[in-house]
Design a protein around this ligand. Structure first.
Ligand code: SF4
Length: 465
């Protein structure tokens, strides 16, 4: 998919009966002595690879060979080489843990995965920041908490999160919060012997609900969980139009120490085009209001590759960002998520066809430069499927303002207990070096109706812990 963006790719075990004239057909054969590739039934490549290693090693060997074939055929190189995983920094992190030097890790990523020098350096430096912070934590005997408030004032076109329209759910919020609190009570009781390191309230946009509901939630969190070891209590206030002084003061009162206020772009037309339904002015207003209320760690998210945005538009967003000077900035590359209005619109309705999407390595470098000028360094990194330009998302931060939760979730070395509709729990079993995921149902109505089953799902896995 990275070599043939937006083409339909079909994988079959057997030869399809009919191959259309314009289709590209690649047959991959795994044999004892190696792997062979037959393209359009003619050209053949053969790579000797060892099939002795474990499944992961074999998979990587086959991917490397496939990468070389497609590179030759398309005459393209990919910035991340054969790396297709969501968390490339995990590879670099593991090498830091094992005592490799920066130079050795960069070389390893270039040689083993054909990643470019720039991406190898970015990945290595990001993992170093994570390693320098996380190595002092007792990850085995601690956990973090994720709470989902899946409501928003409107749905952004690129969104694939659980985000239900707040206006349609207002009457059922009482039921939702009551179920959420039941689930939190279960988690607090079950994990009472572990240290809580971070709390992340996400969604949706949690600040879509009233100050009264925020107070109810924060009060319960503080009542149920021990806060002595908590390093971060973060609330997503992503949509500037959901923030007011009353809500901010409630969050401050209960010890929220990190907020995320997300412009995505500082171009008025873009905000309207992508369904944000707030103005650029509201971004400034809510950011400075949060500053006035005493928040000392404010993050901002931006997306690159939004419709009709040129590199100059992104440069403008960055210069406005610099003026506001948030403590951390997360730069996303637009991802075409299957469930988003954007993808559905382009695929099925032929809408948005005249939109121009621009994103490239050059934009990424310009943004990286802007972040350096703000004294922000990369501290977490991840990739997604179907991203514009096949690039990455990078979290930048000023020194000492890195988000613990973001680093912990990326490196998968720590259990994250999640509550609420659409929330996904990740349990790390240290002795077996195993991760188990537990998903809650996404639909808010189903979550309310099936809350006992959601708790029971956790109880079945956590039974003896
Ligand atoms: S604010 Fe975030 S969660 Fe809500 S619709 Fe937009 S992208 Fe989705």
């Amino acid at each position: 998919m990275a070599f043939f963006p937006k083409e339909k790719i079909v994988c079959t075990e057997n030869m399809p009966e009919k191959v259309e004239k314009n289709d590209l057909h690649l047959e991959i054969g795994i044999e004892q002595s190696g792997v062979s590739f037959v393209l359009q039934k003619e050209k053949k490549w053969k790579y000797d690879i060892s099939l002795d290693g474990d499944a992961l090693t074999r998979k990587n060997e086959i991917k490397r060979a496939l990468y070389l074939v497609l590179q030759e055929y398309t005459n393209k190189t990919l910035p991340w080489g054969s790396l297709t995983g969501i968390r490339p920094s995990k590879i670099a992190y593991a090498l830091w843990e094992r005592g490799f030097s920066e130079e050795e890790i960069v070389l390893h990523l270039q040689k083993e995965y054909f990643a470019s020098k720039e991406k190898s350096k970015l990945c290595t430096q990001t993992a170093k920041t994570e390693w320098d912070i996380l190595k002092f934590l007792d990850l085995e005997n601690s956990y973090s908490l994720y709470i989902s408030i899946p409501f928003c004032p409107s749905r952004c076109f690129y969104c694939s999160f659980p985000a239900y329209l707040i206006l349609q759910w207002e009457k059922r919020l009482e039921e939702y919060f009551s179920c959420l609190i039941q689930e939190l009570e279960y988690i607090a009781q079950k994990f009472r012997h572990k240290k809580l390191y971070s709390v992340y309230v996400g969604g949706g946009t949690p600040t879509s609900v009233s100050a009264q509901y925020l107070e109810l939630l924060c009060q319960k969190i503080r009542e149920l969980f021990p806060f002595e070891e908590v390093k971060e209590f973060c609330v997503e206030a992503g949509r500037p139009d959901t923030i007011n002084e009353e809500k901010l003061l409630v969050l401050k009162k209960y010890g929220v120490n990190r907020l995320s206020i997300n412009p995505q772009s500082m171009k008025e037309e873009t905000l309207q085009l992508i369904g944000r339904k707030h103005s650029v002015q509201e971004i400034y207003d809510s950011y400075f209001l949060a500053k006035k209320c005493g928040f000392e760690q404010i993050n901002m998210d931006f997306i690159l590759g939004l419709p009709n945005e040129s590199i100059e538009d992104i440069a403008y967003s960055m210069s406005e960002c610099k003026k506001m000077n948030p403590d951390s900035v997360t730069i996303h590359s637009l991802a075409w998520k299957r469930a988003s209005i954007l993808t559905i619109g382009q695929t099925y309705l032929n809408q948005f066809q005249d939109w121009q999407m621009h994103h490239s390595e050059k934009t990424m470098q310009m943004v990286h430069q802007a972040m350096q000028e703000m004294d922000c360094h990369p501290y977490y990194l991840y990739r997604q499927k179907n991203m514009e330009g096949n690039l990455e998302n990078v979290g930048y931060s000023k020194k000492g303002k890195e988000s613990f939760y973001n680093m912990l979730i990326m490196e998968e070395k720590h259990s994250i207990l999640a509550a609420g509709a659409g929330a996904s729990t990740k349990l790390v079993f240290f002795p077996e070096n195993r991760i188990q995921r537990l998903e809650n149902v996404k639909d808010v109505g189903h979550y309310i109706a099936r809350i006992e089953e959601m708790i029971q799902r956790k109880a079945q896995v956590l039974g003896n812990l």
